[in-house]
Write a new protein. Structure first.
Length: 218
């Protein structure tokens, strides 16, 4: 650990993203008590499939404390949660033996990025990439602003909302890309972003999110 990181830990000691208590081990993504109570997704429950991505891996279910922590991360300035969320995804990918050539993320529209001050998916992706020793590369931009998919009820409406919403901004020809976001619900956003990456010449796209809704409970 560098002297700068040691100083930061002393000034701003890391907290558990779920209970907000100080972590005894600053390298742990969350405290032992919360880790035991989290709604883990084991085996096939932690795997989702989509039209344009091979699979999406998620370590936790989107409910209870997990949902609260993600909402705090996105809407209450809790950007420090990007580090533990990314570390948790990295652990899950390593455990399942999943690798990629680069890690990228779902971009925010300019207005939403300006309002929030950061892109939560980027923070997660960069933390995950650091833990796995893989390059984090911005490969996507918003071709147009869209409504938040969470405001739309049906899967078809969400798919229509994000259709052609992304453009590729980096060379992805022949790469195996890992696409990161915070949550997967219907998979419409990840699927459309994956489609853009594949059309730009990528060999394959695998997705990873910190949490997943259960199918039929989106």
């Amino acid at each position: 650990m560098s002297a700068a990181l040691t100083l930061l830990d002393l000034l701003f000691p890391p907290k558990c993203p779920f209970c907000q208590k100080l972590l005894r081990d600053p390298r742990a993504p969350y405290c032992e008590k919360c880790a035991e109570a989290l709604p883990r997704l084991e085996g096939e429950a932690g795997i989702r499939h989509g039209d344009y991505f091979d699979l999406c891996v998620s370590p936790l279910e989107y409910r209870g404390k997990v949902r609260e922590a993600i909402l705090r991360f996105k809407f209450s300035g809790g950007r420090e949660n990007g580090a533990p969320f990314g570390a948790a995804i990295a652990h899950e990918l390593f455990r399942r033996g999943i690798t990629a050539d680069l890690i990228t993320w779902i971009p925010l529209g300019r207005k939403r990025r300006r309002e929030r001050g950061y892109n939560q998916a980027e923070l997660i992706a960069r933390s995950c990439a650091k833990a796995l020793g893989i390059s984090a590369v911005q490969t996507l931009a918003r071709a147009r602003d869209t409504a938040a998919n969470t405001t739309l009820d049906s899967a078809s409406a969400r798919q229509s909302n994000v259709r052609d919403a992304f453009c590729v901004t980096a060379n992805v020809r022949g790469v195996r890309a890992l696409l990161v976001d915070d949550v997967i619900t219907t998979g419409a956003t990840l699927g459309e972003a994956a489609r853009a990456i594949l059309l730009a010449g990528a060999e394959s796209v695998i997705c990873a999110t910190f949490a997943s809704t259960r199918i039929g409970q989106e």
